[in-house]
Design a protein. Sequence first.
Length: 61
Amino acid sequence: MRHLGPMAQDWHAAFGLGKGDTTIPVVDAHGVLLVAIQALRRELGELRAEVDQLHQQLADR
């Protein structure tokens, strides 16, 4: 059977969450995913602001 996603041992080593390195608790997985989404949203906002600034600089030429 193929596996998609992190292995429990990798997850535990990366985040130190859960009771051990044999399972990935769903609540912890959801929390990590939400934090990742928030970081991506913040980065997207910064990139959009940079693009807007560059567009303005081009328009001012």
